[in-house]
Write a protein that binds this ligand. Structure first.
Ligand code: FAD
Ligand code: DHB
Length: 391
């Protein structure tokens, strides 16, 4: 079989790329190793920035998002038992964010694709990418117990951090920049209405906590924990007590408790691979870069990568010019590094490093005080959080 663009991975990056290419009349095939139910239920991101919503709307994939997504005009920061709201539209000229889970974005994109989009194969596990430096790269995969091949004009690795595409690039052709963090997130889902209207990011002497949500009836909460933490050591009461302690405010505040339906520990890492291309193989989304979750940039970066890439393929098709394709990596990396810096900043400003000195804690507090006191400092946070425009 042959296609113009072979897409490896049916997460948000691969599915949206397929949608955008299909809308431009460009042939593509998506190969996804997992089954449909697994991909649709994998619990991950929850916040869409303004430009992500604009892209989903423009691609015709936002009908349910516009009905069910929750629009948020800010977040709350907590530290030193006080709270400060950051108003996004006021500080950014009208930009805002949406609470709409990655699971729902993925379900919507899959539904569109199976109802007349490009071919999407589940349980199609890619084992190798050959000939990246030739005009006809070939993707090797297994499907329904059989070994198969797909020859392509171009291959795009949207196969996440543990995918195979990046590994197909020879040593020395790309460079990876990386940082790991000495703490993890313990995330829970609870069947209880959120105790807040907007997300709460809390710095505390006991470590970071985040109150997010998935809907008006489901809360999503995270606690900073030590690497290697076992969820089995955290019975429900211990989780709620710890969240209560970290969100505490002078003057009081009440966190509603409810049945916890999911518990998982997530390690935190920053990583960027440069360039995001080798020969006719491109990397997009988590396959090329990951951020620690604080600030919710991962999914949004995957979206901006594939927007840039789809535009470049459309230019090639319409004019024969590879100019935008050749600029793909540099164009994306400018935005990627900004998001890397912001995620690093949010993470290191709000979490307590196990080896942290009191001096460093004072610096964190001073930075948070500055954001509360200065519209310029608050606007810098708001602009990055609500998201930069796509170049
Ligand atoms: P992925 O969603 O990882 O999709 C890659 C796809 O490729 C998967 O479907 C995978 O099954 C498939 N694949 C892998 N290998 C192969 C192969 N060999 N052959 C075929 N298919 C393959 N971001 C936030 O903003 N907020 C969060 O709270 C948050 N939480 C997260 C929690 C976890 C556990 C993880 C891993 C990530 C989280 N992220 C979060 C990041 C965000 O979910 C990712 O940035 C986003 O999923 C990136 O989309 P993607 O399509 O690039 O990669
Ligand atoms: C969520 C995750 C984040 O990393 C974040 O900064 C905000 C919200 C979430 O899963 O809801």
């Amino acid at each position: 079989d042959h296609t113009t663009v072979g897409i490896i991975g049916g997460g948000p990056a691969g599915l949206l790329l397929a949608r955008l290419l299909h809308n431009s009349g460009i042939d593509c095939v998506v190969l996804e190793s997992r089954d449909r139910a697994y991909v649709e239920q994998r619990q991950r991101a929850g916040i869409l920035e303004q430009s992500t919503v604009d892209v989903l709307r423009g691609s015709g994939a936002a009908e349910r998002l516009d009905r069910e997504g929750l629009v948020h005009d800010g977040i709350e920061l907590r530290w030193n038992r006080r709270a400060q709201r950051i108003d996004f539209p006021a500080l950014t000229g009208g930009r805002r964010v949406w609470v709409y889970a990655q699971t729902e974005v993925v379900k919507d994109l899959i539904a569109l694709q199976t109802a007349g989009g490009a071919p999407l194969l589940f349980e199609a596990r890619v084992t190798a990418v050959a000939g990246a430096d030739t005009d006809r790269p070939v993707v090797h995969y297994t499907h329904q117990g059989q070994d198969k091949t797909l020859s392509c004009d171009y291959v795009v690795g949207c196969d996440g951090f543990h995918g195979v595409t990046r590994k197909a690039i020879p040593d020395g052709a790309c460079r990876t920049f990386e940082r790991v963090y000495p703490y993890s997130w313990f995330g829970i889902l609870a069947d209880v209405p959120p105790s807040c209207d907007e997300l709460i990011y809390a710095h505390s002497p006991r470590g970071f906590a985040l109150h997010s949500m998935r809907s008006t009836t489901v809360s999503r909460l995270y606690l900073q924990v030590a690497n290697g933490t076992d969820p089995a050591d955290w019975p429900d009461e211990r989780i709620w007590d710890e969240l209560d302690a970290r969100f505490a405010l002078d003057g009081g505040w009440r966190l509603e408790r409810g049945p916890i339906t999911s518990k998982a520990v997530l390690p935190m890492r920053s990583s960027v691979t440069e360039p995001m291309r080798w020969g006719r193989v491109f990397l997009a989304g988590d396959a090329a870069h990951i951020v620690p979750p604080t600030g919710a940039k991962g999914l949004n970066l995957a979206v901006s990568d594939v927007v840039v890439l789809a535009r470049a393929f459309a230019r090639l098709q319409d004019t024969g010019s590879a100019e935008l394709l050749d600029a793909y990596s540099d164009t994306c990396l400018r935005r990627v590094w900004r998001a890397e810096h912001f995620s690093y900043f949010m993470t290191t400003t709000l979490h307590t490093d196990p080896g942290q000195s009191d001096f460093e804690t004072r610096l964190q507090i001073s930075q948070l005080d500055r954001i509360a006191a200065s519209p310029h400092a608050a606007a810098e946070l708001a602009g990055n959080y609500a998201g930069l425009t796509i170049e």
